[in-house]
Write a protein that binds this ligand. Structure first.
Ligand SMILES: Nc1nc2c(c(=O)[nH]1)N[C@H]1C(S)=C(S)[C@@H](COP(=O)(O)O)O[C@H]1N2
Ligand SMILES: [Mo]
Length: 544
Protein backbone atom coordinates (compact mmCIF):
# COMPACT_ATOMS: atom_id res chain seq x y z
CA UNK A 1 0.00 0.00 0.00
CA UNK A 2 1.42 3.38 -0.93
CA UNK A 3 1.56 6.21 1.53
CA UNK A 4 -1.02 8.10 -0.47
CA UNK A 5 -3.56 5.30 -0.15
CA UNK A 6 -2.79 4.99 3.53
CA UNK A 7 -3.60 8.65 3.89
CA UNK A 8 -6.94 8.29 2.16
CA UNK A 9 -7.92 5.60 4.53
CA UNK A 10 -7.46 7.55 7.69
CA UNK A 11 -10.34 9.53 9.15
CA UNK A 12 -10.55 13.12 7.98
CA UNK A 13 -9.73 14.35 11.47
CA UNK A 14 -6.62 12.27 11.74
CA UNK A 15 -5.03 13.77 8.62
CA UNK A 16 -4.84 17.44 9.59
CA UNK A 17 -3.34 18.84 6.39
CA UNK A 18 -5.42 16.85 3.96
CA UNK A 19 -8.64 17.83 5.66
CA UNK A 20 -7.93 21.55 5.45
CA UNK A 21 -9.49 22.09 2.00
CA UNK A 22 -12.82 20.52 2.92
CA UNK A 23 -13.00 22.34 6.23
CA UNK A 24 -12.01 25.56 4.50
CA UNK A 25 -14.74 25.07 1.91
CA UNK A 26 -17.25 24.46 4.68
CA UNK A 27 -16.13 27.73 6.28
CA UNK A 28 -16.27 29.73 3.05
CA UNK A 29 -19.79 28.48 2.42
CA UNK A 30 -20.83 29.31 5.98
CA UNK A 31 -19.47 32.81 5.37
CA UNK A 32 -21.29 33.08 2.05
CA UNK A 33 -24.53 32.08 3.77
CA UNK A 34 -23.99 34.78 6.42
CA UNK A 35 -23.39 37.44 3.78
CA UNK A 36 -26.36 36.26 1.72
CA UNK A 37 -28.69 36.26 4.72
CA UNK A 38 -27.55 39.72 5.80
CA UNK A 39 -27.82 41.20 2.30
CA UNK A 40 -31.26 39.63 1.94
CA UNK A 41 -32.43 41.11 5.25
CA UNK A 42 -31.02 44.50 4.25
CA UNK A 43 -32.74 44.27 0.90
CA UNK A 44 -36.12 43.06 2.16
CA UNK A 45 -36.58 44.88 5.47
CA UNK A 46 -36.45 48.68 5.15
CA UNK A 47 -33.96 50.23 7.57
CA UNK A 48 -31.82 47.12 8.04
CA UNK A 49 -28.26 48.14 7.11
CA UNK A 50 -26.13 46.05 4.78
CA UNK A 51 -23.21 44.64 6.74
CA UNK A 52 -21.01 44.50 3.64
CA UNK A 53 -21.59 48.20 3.08
CA UNK A 54 -21.04 48.88 6.77
CA UNK A 55 -17.65 47.15 6.86
CA UNK A 56 -16.68 48.92 3.60
CA UNK A 57 -17.67 52.26 5.13
CA UNK A 58 -15.59 51.44 8.20
CA UNK A 59 -12.61 50.77 5.95
CA UNK A 60 -13.18 54.18 4.32
CA UNK A 61 -13.51 55.85 7.72
CA UNK A 62 -10.32 54.21 9.04
CA UNK A 63 -8.20 54.94 5.98
CA UNK A 64 -4.82 56.40 6.83
CA UNK A 65 -3.90 59.80 5.39
CA UNK A 66 -2.63 59.37 1.85
CA UNK A 67 -4.60 56.21 1.13
CA UNK A 68 -6.86 58.01 -1.32
CA UNK A 69 -3.81 59.26 -3.16
CA UNK A 70 -2.49 55.73 -3.60
CA UNK A 71 -5.71 54.65 -5.27
CA UNK A 72 -5.89 57.52 -7.73
CA UNK A 73 -9.62 58.17 -7.79
CA UNK A 74 -10.86 56.17 -4.85
CA UNK A 75 -14.62 56.52 -4.40
CA UNK A 76 -15.29 56.60 -8.07
CA UNK A 77 -17.82 53.99 -9.15
CA UNK A 78 -15.32 51.21 -9.84
CA UNK A 79 -13.61 51.69 -6.52
CA UNK A 80 -16.91 51.30 -4.74
CA UNK A 81 -17.42 47.94 -6.43
CA UNK A 82 -13.82 46.96 -5.67
CA UNK A 83 -14.28 47.80 -2.00
CA UNK A 84 -17.48 45.71 -1.77
CA UNK A 85 -15.68 42.79 -3.40
CA UNK A 86 -12.69 43.17 -1.06
CA UNK A 87 -14.95 43.13 1.99
CA UNK A 88 -16.67 39.94 0.79
CA UNK A 89 -13.34 38.23 0.05
CA UNK A 90 -11.89 39.08 3.47
CA UNK A 91 -15.09 37.89 5.17
CA UNK A 92 -14.90 34.59 3.29
CA UNK A 93 -11.25 34.14 4.30
CA UNK A 94 -12.14 34.66 7.95
CA UNK A 95 -14.96 32.16 7.55
CA UNK A 96 -12.54 29.69 5.92
CA UNK A 97 -10.31 30.02 8.98
CA UNK A 98 -13.34 29.30 11.16
CA UNK A 99 -14.04 26.16 9.14
CA UNK A 100 -10.46 24.94 9.56
CA UNK A 101 -10.56 25.66 13.30
CA UNK A 102 -13.87 23.86 13.50
CA UNK A 103 -12.30 20.48 12.77
CA UNK A 104 -10.71 20.52 16.21
CA UNK A 105 -12.99 22.79 18.16
CA UNK A 106 -16.36 23.84 16.92
CA UNK A 107 -16.66 26.16 19.91
CA UNK A 108 -13.61 28.14 18.81
CA UNK A 109 -14.91 28.32 15.23
CA UNK A 110 -18.25 29.63 16.47
CA UNK A 111 -16.47 32.22 18.59
CA UNK A 112 -14.53 33.45 15.57
CA UNK A 113 -17.76 33.80 13.60
CA UNK A 114 -19.42 35.62 16.49
CA UNK A 115 -16.43 37.93 16.71
CA UNK A 116 -16.64 38.71 13.01
CA UNK A 117 -20.38 39.30 13.28
CA UNK A 118 -19.69 41.68 16.15
CA UNK A 119 -17.21 43.66 14.05
CA UNK A 120 -19.85 43.93 11.32
CA UNK A 121 -22.39 45.10 13.90
CA UNK A 122 -20.04 47.76 15.26
CA UNK A 123 -19.24 48.92 11.72
CA UNK A 124 -22.95 49.26 10.95
CA UNK A 125 -23.79 50.91 14.27
CA UNK A 126 -21.06 53.52 13.74
CA UNK A 127 -22.70 54.85 10.57
CA UNK A 128 -24.77 57.90 11.51
CA UNK A 129 -27.73 56.97 9.34
CA UNK A 130 -28.09 53.39 10.60
CA UNK A 131 -30.42 51.96 13.23
CA UNK A 132 -28.26 50.26 15.86
CA UNK A 133 -31.03 47.85 16.80
CA UNK A 134 -31.54 46.72 13.20
CA UNK A 135 -27.77 46.48 12.77
CA UNK A 136 -27.61 44.17 15.79
CA UNK A 137 -30.55 42.07 14.58
CA UNK A 138 -28.97 41.65 11.15
CA UNK A 139 -25.54 40.75 12.55
CA UNK A 140 -27.06 38.26 15.02
CA UNK A 141 -29.15 36.50 12.38
CA UNK A 142 -26.28 36.38 9.91
CA UNK A 143 -23.90 35.02 12.55
CA UNK A 144 -26.40 32.37 13.64
CA UNK A 145 -26.90 31.34 10.00
CA UNK A 146 -23.16 30.98 9.48
CA UNK A 147 -22.70 28.91 12.65
CA UNK A 148 -25.58 26.61 11.74
CA UNK A 149 -24.26 26.17 8.20
CA UNK A 150 -20.76 25.42 9.44
CA UNK A 151 -22.13 22.91 11.93
CA UNK A 152 -24.07 21.08 9.23
CA UNK A 153 -21.23 21.06 6.69
CA UNK A 154 -18.55 20.01 9.17
CA UNK A 155 -20.81 17.12 10.15
CA UNK A 156 -21.35 16.18 6.49
CA UNK A 157 -17.59 16.25 6.07
CA UNK A 158 -17.26 13.87 8.97
CA UNK A 159 -15.47 16.20 11.37
CA UNK A 160 -18.34 16.42 13.83
CA UNK A 161 -21.14 14.22 15.00
CA UNK A 162 -24.10 14.46 12.65
CA UNK A 163 -26.62 17.17 13.22
CA UNK A 164 -29.82 15.56 14.45
CA UNK A 165 -32.93 17.50 13.74
CA UNK A 166 -35.94 16.21 15.59
CA UNK A 167 -38.24 16.06 12.59
CA UNK A 168 -39.47 12.72 11.27
CA UNK A 169 -37.54 11.71 8.19
CA UNK A 170 -35.05 14.53 8.48
CA UNK A 171 -32.69 12.52 10.60
CA UNK A 172 -30.32 11.74 7.75
CA UNK A 173 -27.12 11.42 9.69
CA UNK A 174 -23.88 11.11 7.82
CA UNK A 175 -22.57 7.56 7.68
CA UNK A 176 -20.36 6.85 10.59
CA UNK A 177 -16.76 7.15 9.59
CA UNK A 178 -14.81 4.01 10.23
CA UNK A 179 -11.35 3.01 9.20
CA UNK A 180 -9.46 0.03 7.97
CA UNK A 181 -11.74 -1.93 5.60
CA UNK A 182 -13.28 -1.78 2.16
CA UNK A 183 -16.78 -1.00 3.40
CA UNK A 184 -15.57 2.04 5.21
CA UNK A 185 -13.86 3.27 2.03
CA UNK A 186 -17.16 3.11 0.22
CA UNK A 187 -18.87 4.83 3.10
CA UNK A 188 -16.27 7.58 3.09
CA UNK A 189 -16.66 8.07 -0.62
CA UNK A 190 -20.37 8.44 -0.15
CA UNK A 191 -19.81 10.88 2.70
CA UNK A 192 -17.50 12.94 0.57
CA UNK A 193 -20.06 13.08 -2.18
CA UNK A 194 -22.75 14.09 0.29
CA UNK A 195 -20.51 16.82 1.61
CA UNK A 196 -20.00 18.13 -1.91
CA UNK A 197 -23.70 17.98 -2.73
CA UNK A 198 -24.63 19.72 0.50
CA UNK A 199 -21.95 22.38 -0.04
CA UNK A 200 -23.16 22.95 -3.58
CA UNK A 201 -26.74 23.36 -2.39
CA UNK A 202 -25.74 25.90 0.24
CA UNK A 203 -23.51 27.77 -2.17
CA UNK A 204 -26.13 28.05 -4.90
CA UNK A 205 -28.70 29.12 -2.33
CA UNK A 206 -26.36 31.73 -0.87
CA UNK A 207 -25.46 33.16 -4.28
CA UNK A 208 -29.09 33.39 -5.33
CA UNK A 209 -30.34 34.92 -2.08
CA UNK A 210 -27.35 37.23 -1.78
CA UNK A 211 -27.70 38.51 -5.34
CA UNK A 212 -31.44 38.97 -4.84
CA UNK A 213 -30.84 40.88 -1.59
CA UNK A 214 -28.25 43.11 -3.24
CA UNK A 215 -30.61 43.81 -6.12
CA UNK A 216 -33.34 44.88 -3.68
CA UNK A 217 -30.80 46.94 -1.74
CA UNK A 218 -29.67 48.80 -4.86
CA UNK A 219 -33.32 49.43 -5.66
CA UNK A 220 -33.75 51.03 -2.24
CA UNK A 221 -30.95 53.44 -3.12
CA UNK A 222 -31.73 54.65 -6.61
CA UNK A 223 -29.75 57.38 -8.31
CA UNK A 224 -31.66 60.15 -10.06
CA UNK A 225 -34.26 62.71 -9.07
CA UNK A 226 -36.50 61.34 -6.29
CA UNK A 227 -40.05 60.84 -7.54
CA UNK A 228 -41.60 63.04 -4.87
CA UNK A 229 -39.19 65.94 -5.53
CA UNK A 230 -40.30 69.18 -7.08
CA UNK A 231 -38.69 72.55 -7.49
CA UNK A 232 -40.39 75.95 -7.46
CA UNK A 233 -39.57 78.25 -10.35
CA UNK A 234 -36.54 80.45 -9.66
CA UNK A 235 -37.06 84.18 -9.19
CA UNK A 236 -33.99 84.98 -11.28
CA UNK A 237 -33.70 82.94 -14.45
CA UNK A 238 -30.50 82.63 -16.45
CA UNK A 239 -30.95 83.35 -20.17
CA UNK A 240 -30.41 80.49 -22.62
CA UNK A 241 -26.79 79.98 -23.65
CA UNK A 242 -25.63 82.31 -26.40
CA UNK A 243 -24.41 80.71 -29.62
CA UNK A 244 -20.96 82.18 -29.00
CA UNK A 245 -20.68 80.25 -25.73
CA UNK A 246 -20.34 76.92 -27.57
CA UNK A 247 -18.04 76.15 -30.50
CA UNK A 248 -19.67 74.52 -33.48
CA UNK A 249 -17.14 71.70 -33.76
CA UNK A 250 -18.56 68.23 -34.35
CA UNK A 251 -18.07 65.95 -31.34
CA UNK A 252 -16.72 68.69 -29.06
CA UNK A 253 -17.44 68.10 -25.35
CA UNK A 254 -20.68 69.96 -24.57
CA UNK A 255 -20.33 73.03 -22.39
CA UNK A 256 -23.13 71.76 -20.11
CA UNK A 257 -22.87 68.20 -18.82
CA UNK A 258 -26.12 66.27 -18.42
CA UNK A 259 -27.05 65.19 -14.91
CA UNK A 260 -26.65 61.53 -15.85
CA UNK A 261 -23.10 61.98 -17.05
CA UNK A 262 -21.98 64.43 -14.37
CA UNK A 263 -19.12 62.83 -12.41
CA UNK A 264 -19.95 61.48 -8.96
CA UNK A 265 -17.48 61.39 -6.07
CA UNK A 266 -18.34 60.68 -2.44
CA UNK A 267 -17.67 58.29 0.41
CA UNK A 268 -21.09 56.61 0.25
CA UNK A 269 -21.27 53.00 -0.96
CA UNK A 270 -25.03 53.28 -1.53
CA UNK A 271 -26.72 56.48 -2.75
CA UNK A 272 -28.13 58.18 0.38
CA UNK A 273 -31.91 58.61 0.22
CA UNK A 274 -32.87 61.72 2.15
CA UNK A 275 -36.58 62.39 2.65
CA UNK A 276 -37.06 66.12 2.07
CA UNK A 277 -40.21 66.16 4.20
CA UNK A 278 -38.29 65.20 7.33
CA UNK A 279 -35.11 67.07 6.41
CA UNK A 280 -33.87 70.26 8.04
CA UNK A 281 -30.98 72.59 7.40
CA UNK A 282 -29.54 74.22 10.52
CA UNK A 283 -27.29 77.27 10.58
CA UNK A 284 -25.21 77.21 13.75
CA UNK A 285 -22.03 78.38 15.46
CA UNK A 286 -20.62 81.89 15.59
CA UNK A 287 -23.76 83.69 14.48
CA UNK A 288 -26.23 86.00 16.19
CA UNK A 289 -29.40 84.18 15.13
CA UNK A 290 -29.35 80.38 14.82
CA UNK A 291 -31.62 79.35 11.93
CA UNK A 292 -33.45 76.21 10.88
CA UNK A 293 -34.97 75.68 7.45
CA UNK A 294 -37.36 72.97 6.37
CA UNK A 295 -37.25 72.11 2.67
CA UNK A 296 -40.36 74.21 1.86
CA UNK A 297 -38.91 77.11 3.84
CA UNK A 298 -35.59 76.89 2.02
CA UNK A 299 -37.03 76.78 -1.48
CA UNK A 300 -39.51 79.56 -0.60
CA UNK A 301 -36.51 81.91 -0.48
CA UNK A 302 -35.67 83.63 -3.77
CA UNK A 303 -34.03 81.04 -5.99
CA UNK A 304 -31.45 81.97 -8.60
CA UNK A 305 -29.58 80.08 -11.30
CA UNK A 306 -25.93 80.10 -12.28
CA UNK A 307 -23.50 77.97 -14.23
CA UNK A 308 -20.62 76.75 -12.08
CA UNK A 309 -17.89 74.28 -12.99
CA UNK A 310 -17.28 71.79 -10.18
CA UNK A 311 -14.06 69.79 -10.10
CA UNK A 312 -12.65 67.08 -7.89
CA UNK A 313 -9.19 67.64 -6.41
CA UNK A 314 -8.43 64.01 -7.34
CA UNK A 315 -8.91 64.75 -11.03
CA UNK A 316 -5.72 63.87 -12.88
CA UNK A 317 -4.36 65.90 -15.80
CA UNK A 318 -6.67 65.17 -18.73
CA UNK A 319 -9.17 63.48 -16.40
CA UNK A 320 -12.94 63.73 -16.30
CA UNK A 321 -13.74 64.32 -12.62
CA UNK A 322 -15.07 67.74 -13.58
CA UNK A 323 -18.36 69.03 -14.90
CA UNK A 324 -20.23 72.21 -15.64
CA UNK A 325 -23.92 72.59 -15.05
CA UNK A 326 -26.71 75.06 -14.31
CA UNK A 327 -27.32 75.05 -10.57
CA UNK A 328 -30.48 76.44 -8.98
CA UNK A 329 -30.34 77.53 -5.38
CA UNK A 330 -30.55 80.02 -2.57
CA UNK A 331 -27.94 82.76 -2.14
CA UNK A 332 -25.68 81.59 0.71
CA UNK A 333 -24.90 85.24 1.43
CA UNK A 334 -28.58 85.91 2.13
CA UNK A 335 -28.78 83.04 4.60
CA UNK A 336 -25.56 84.21 6.28
CA UNK A 337 -26.88 87.78 6.46
CA UNK A 338 -30.03 86.56 8.20
CA UNK A 339 -27.94 84.51 10.63
CA UNK A 340 -25.67 87.46 11.43
CA UNK A 341 -22.12 86.12 11.04
CA UNK A 342 -19.82 87.23 13.86
CA UNK A 343 -16.59 88.91 12.69
CA UNK A 344 -14.38 86.25 14.32
CA UNK A 345 -16.04 83.42 12.32
CA UNK A 346 -13.35 82.75 9.73
CA UNK A 347 -14.50 79.33 8.52
CA UNK A 348 -17.77 78.00 7.11
CA UNK A 349 -18.24 74.29 7.70
CA UNK A 350 -20.80 72.35 5.67
CA UNK A 351 -21.98 69.12 7.32
CA UNK A 352 -23.84 66.32 5.62
CA UNK A 353 -26.52 64.02 7.03
CA UNK A 354 -23.89 61.27 6.64
CA UNK A 355 -21.28 63.08 8.76
CA UNK A 356 -19.11 64.25 5.83
CA UNK A 357 -17.74 67.79 6.23
CA UNK A 358 -16.17 70.55 4.18
CA UNK A 359 -14.67 73.86 5.31
CA UNK A 360 -13.84 77.07 3.44
CA UNK A 361 -12.95 80.63 4.41
CA UNK A 362 -15.84 82.93 5.26
CA UNK A 363 -14.04 85.64 3.30
CA UNK A 364 -14.16 83.45 0.16
CA UNK A 365 -17.90 83.05 0.50
CA UNK A 366 -18.60 86.70 1.23
CA UNK A 367 -16.39 88.08 -1.57
CA UNK A 368 -18.62 90.31 -3.72
CA UNK A 369 -17.24 88.75 -6.92
CA UNK A 370 -18.90 85.36 -6.40
CA UNK A 371 -22.25 83.88 -5.42
CA UNK A 372 -21.91 80.72 -3.34
CA UNK A 373 -25.20 78.87 -3.14
CA UNK A 374 -27.23 76.31 -1.30
CA UNK A 375 -28.12 74.42 -4.45
CA UNK A 376 -31.41 72.55 -4.75
CA UNK A 377 -31.50 72.05 -8.52
CA UNK A 378 -29.24 70.86 -11.29
CA UNK A 379 -30.03 71.57 -14.94
CA UNK A 380 -33.49 72.80 -13.92
CA UNK A 381 -34.58 69.63 -12.11
CA UNK A 382 -34.31 68.91 -8.38
CA UNK A 383 -30.88 67.60 -7.38
CA UNK A 384 -30.53 63.92 -8.24
CA UNK A 385 -30.03 61.78 -5.11
CA UNK A 386 -26.40 61.02 -6.00
CA UNK A 387 -25.65 64.73 -6.37
CA UNK A 388 -26.96 65.68 -2.94
CA UNK A 389 -30.77 65.85 -2.81
CA UNK A 390 -32.38 67.75 -1.18
CA UNK A 391 -29.65 70.42 -0.90
CA UNK A 392 -25.91 70.89 -1.28
CA UNK A 393 -23.34 73.64 -1.26
CA UNK A 394 -21.82 75.02 -4.45
CA UNK A 395 -19.01 77.55 -4.02
CA UNK A 396 -17.54 78.92 -7.26
CA UNK A 397 -13.80 78.43 -7.55
CA UNK A 398 -13.32 75.71 -4.92
CA UNK A 399 -12.74 71.99 -5.33
CA UNK A 400 -15.64 69.84 -4.15
CA UNK A 401 -13.79 68.40 -1.15
CA UNK A 402 -13.62 71.78 0.61
CA UNK A 403 -16.93 73.21 -0.56
CA UNK A 404 -19.61 71.08 -2.15
CA UNK A 405 -21.26 69.18 0.74
CA UNK A 406 -24.00 66.95 -0.64
CA UNK A 407 -27.03 65.94 1.48
CA UNK A 408 -26.37 69.11 3.45
CA UNK A 409 -27.73 69.23 7.00
CA UNK A 410 -25.81 71.99 8.76
CA UNK A 411 -23.85 75.13 8.02
CA UNK A 412 -21.64 75.96 10.97
CA UNK A 413 -19.69 79.18 11.43
CA UNK A 414 -16.44 78.59 13.26
CA UNK A 415 -12.78 79.54 13.04
CA UNK A 416 -10.18 78.21 10.62
CA UNK A 417 -8.15 76.84 13.54
CA UNK A 418 -11.05 75.15 15.31
CA UNK A 419 -11.88 72.49 12.74
CA UNK A 420 -10.35 70.48 9.90
CA UNK A 421 -12.91 69.04 7.48
CA UNK A 422 -13.03 65.38 6.35
CA UNK A 423 -10.31 65.36 3.67
CA UNK A 424 -8.20 68.03 5.35
CA UNK A 425 -7.89 65.77 8.38
CA UNK A 426 -6.67 63.08 5.95
CA UNK A 427 -3.81 65.21 4.69
CA UNK A 428 -5.34 67.20 1.83
CA UNK A 429 -4.78 70.94 1.64
CA UNK A 430 -6.83 73.16 3.92
CA UNK A 431 -7.46 75.57 1.04
CA UNK A 432 -8.76 74.11 -2.18
CA UNK A 433 -8.97 76.70 -4.97
CA UNK A 434 -9.41 74.94 -8.33
CA UNK A 435 -6.13 75.10 -10.27
CA UNK A 436 -5.90 76.49 -13.79
CA UNK A 437 -5.98 73.49 -16.11
CA UNK A 438 -6.70 72.53 -19.69
CA UNK A 439 -7.58 69.28 -21.43
CA UNK A 440 -7.33 67.93 -24.97
CA UNK A 441 -10.48 66.00 -25.91
CA UNK A 442 -9.77 65.59 -29.66
CA UNK A 443 -7.89 63.98 -31.20
CA UNK A 444 -7.77 61.23 -28.61
CA UNK A 445 -4.46 59.82 -27.42
CA UNK A 446 -3.17 57.20 -29.84
CA UNK A 447 -5.39 58.35 -32.72
CA UNK A 448 -4.45 57.51 -36.32
CA UNK A 449 -5.12 60.55 -38.49
CA UNK A 450 -4.96 61.41 -42.14
CA UNK A 451 -2.56 64.18 -43.11
CA UNK A 452 -4.24 67.54 -43.68
CA UNK A 453 -6.44 69.77 -41.52
CA UNK A 454 -7.21 68.35 -38.06
CA UNK A 455 -9.24 70.14 -35.39
CA UNK A 456 -7.70 69.95 -31.94
CA UNK A 457 -10.26 70.80 -29.27
CA UNK A 458 -10.92 70.57 -25.58
CA UNK A 459 -11.74 72.50 -22.44
CA UNK A 460 -9.90 74.86 -20.13
CA UNK A 461 -10.87 76.15 -16.71
CA UNK A 462 -9.68 78.49 -13.98
CA UNK A 463 -12.72 79.00 -11.72
CA UNK A 464 -13.37 81.66 -10.81
CA UNK A 465 -10.46 83.71 -12.16
CA UNK A 466 -11.60 82.95 -15.70
CA UNK A 467 -9.58 81.66 -18.67
CA UNK A 468 -7.74 84.40 -20.58
CA UNK A 469 -6.15 82.25 -23.27
CA UNK A 470 -5.38 78.69 -24.33
CA UNK A 471 -2.31 77.70 -26.31
CA UNK A 472 -1.39 74.49 -28.10
CA UNK A 473 1.96 73.25 -29.28
CA UNK A 474 2.99 70.39 -31.50
CA UNK A 475 6.24 68.50 -30.86
CA UNK A 476 7.62 71.17 -28.51
CA UNK A 477 7.18 73.82 -31.22
CA UNK A 478 5.89 77.35 -30.81
CA UNK A 479 2.84 77.85 -28.61
CA UNK A 480 -0.11 78.67 -30.89
CA UNK A 481 -3.14 80.51 -29.59
CA UNK A 482 -6.35 78.50 -29.79
CA UNK A 483 -9.75 79.99 -30.49
CA UNK A 484 -11.91 80.24 -27.36
CA UNK A 485 -15.66 80.12 -27.09
CA UNK A 486 -17.06 82.98 -25.06
CA UNK A 487 -16.95 81.80 -21.44
CA UNK A 488 -20.36 81.63 -19.75
CA UNK A 489 -18.68 83.20 -16.73
CA UNK A 490 -15.39 83.20 -14.89
CA UNK A 491 -16.76 80.33 -12.80
CA UNK A 492 -17.14 77.99 -15.77
CA UNK A 493 -14.88 76.10 -18.09
CA UNK A 494 -14.58 77.15 -21.71
CA UNK A 495 -14.26 75.26 -25.00
CA UNK A 496 -11.25 75.87 -27.24
CA UNK A 497 -10.27 74.73 -30.73
CA UNK A 498 -7.22 74.97 -32.98
CA UNK A 499 -6.96 73.89 -36.60
CA UNK A 500 -3.73 72.05 -37.31
CA UNK A 501 -2.25 71.00 -40.67
CA UNK A 502 -1.18 67.49 -39.72
CA UNK A 503 1.91 66.15 -41.47
CA UNK A 504 2.84 62.45 -41.73
CA UNK A 505 4.65 61.01 -38.72
CA UNK A 506 4.00 60.74 -35.00
CA UNK A 507 3.30 63.92 -33.09
CA UNK A 508 2.82 65.07 -29.51
CA UNK A 509 0.17 67.71 -28.88
CA UNK A 510 0.19 69.72 -25.63
CA UNK A 511 -2.08 72.40 -24.22
CA UNK A 512 -1.79 75.10 -21.57
CA UNK A 513 -4.14 77.76 -20.24
CA UNK A 514 -3.58 81.21 -18.80
CA UNK A 515 -6.02 82.46 -16.18
CA UNK A 516 -7.66 85.85 -15.80
CA UNK A 517 -4.86 87.08 -13.53
CA UNK A 518 -2.28 86.36 -16.24
CA UNK A 519 -0.86 83.27 -14.50
CA UNK A 520 0.02 80.38 -16.83
CA UNK A 521 -0.99 76.92 -15.65
CA UNK A 522 1.75 74.99 -13.85
CA UNK A 523 3.59 72.76 -16.33
CA UNK A 524 5.50 70.70 -13.76
CA UNK A 525 3.73 67.38 -13.15
CA UNK A 526 2.49 67.03 -9.58
CA UNK A 527 -0.42 65.95 -7.38
CA UNK A 528 -3.30 65.36 -7.23
CA UNK A 529 -2.45 65.25 -3.51
CA UNK A 530 -2.53 67.51 -1.58
CA UNK A 531 -3.97 70.40 -3.62
CA UNK A 532 -4.76 69.21 -7.16
CA UNK A 533 -2.92 67.84 -10.20
CA UNK A 534 -0.48 70.00 -12.15
CA UNK A 535 1.18 69.42 -15.52
CA UNK A 536 0.21 69.71 -19.15
CA UNK A 537 -2.25 67.39 -20.86
CA UNK A 538 -0.71 65.77 -23.91
CA UNK A 539 -1.80 63.32 -26.60
CA UNK A 540 0.29 61.40 -29.10
CA UNK A 541 -1.08 60.80 -32.58
CA UNK A 542 0.08 59.07 -35.76
CA UNK A 543 -0.52 60.82 -39.05
CA UNK A 544 -0.33 58.94 -42.35
N1 LIG B 1 -21.81 64.35 1.78
C1 LIG B 1 -20.77 64.38 0.93
N2 LIG B 1 -20.61 65.44 0.12
C2 LIG B 1 -19.58 65.49 -0.75
C3 LIG B 1 -18.64 64.45 -0.81
C4 LIG B 1 -18.82 63.33 0.05
O1 LIG B 1 -18.04 62.37 0.07
N3 LIG B 1 -19.91 63.33 0.90
N4 LIG B 1 -17.59 64.53 -1.70
C5 LIG B 1 -17.19 65.86 -2.15
C6 LIG B 1 -16.27 65.81 -3.27
S1 LIG B 1 -14.70 65.27 -2.93
C7 LIG B 1 -16.62 66.24 -4.53
S2 LIG B 1 -15.45 66.36 -5.74
C8 LIG B 1 -18.01 66.63 -4.85
C9 LIG B 1 -18.52 65.87 -6.05
O2 LIG B 1 -19.86 66.21 -6.30
P1 LIG B 1 -20.69 65.38 -7.37
O3 LIG B 1 -20.63 63.94 -6.95
O4 LIG B 1 -22.07 65.93 -7.40
O5 LIG B 1 -19.98 65.57 -8.69
O6 LIG B 1 -18.88 66.39 -3.76
C10 LIG B 1 -18.38 66.74 -2.49
N5 LIG B 1 -19.45 66.58 -1.55
MO1 LIG C 1 -13.50 65.46 -4.82
Amino acid sequence: MTGREAGRRSTPGSSPLRSIPRAGVAGVIAGAVAIAVSELLAGVVPGVPSLVVAVGSLVIALQPPGAKDAVATLFGTNDKTALNVAVVVVALLVAAAAGILGRRSFGLAAQLLVGFGFVAFVAAALQPLNSQVLAAVNAAIATAASIATLRILLAEAGFLAPVRVGLPGSNRAAFPVATGNATSLLVRDWNRRRFLIRSGEFLVGALALGAFGRMLLDRQHPAGVPVSANLPAPAEVTPPLAAAESLAAPGITPIVVSNDSFYRIDTELLVPQVDASGWQLRVTGMIDHPLTFTYPELVAMPLFEQYVTLACVSNTVGGDLIGNTLWTGVHLKEVLARAGVQPAATQIVGRSVDGFTVGFPTSWALDPSREPMIAVGMNRVPLPAEHGYPARLIVPGLYGYVSATKWLSEIELTTREAFDAYWVALGWAKDGPILTESRIDHPVDGANLAAGPVDIDGLAWAPDRGVASVEVRIDNGQWQTAMLARAISKATWVQWILRWQATPGTHTIEVRATDGTGAVQTATPGGPSPAGATGLDQVRVSVA
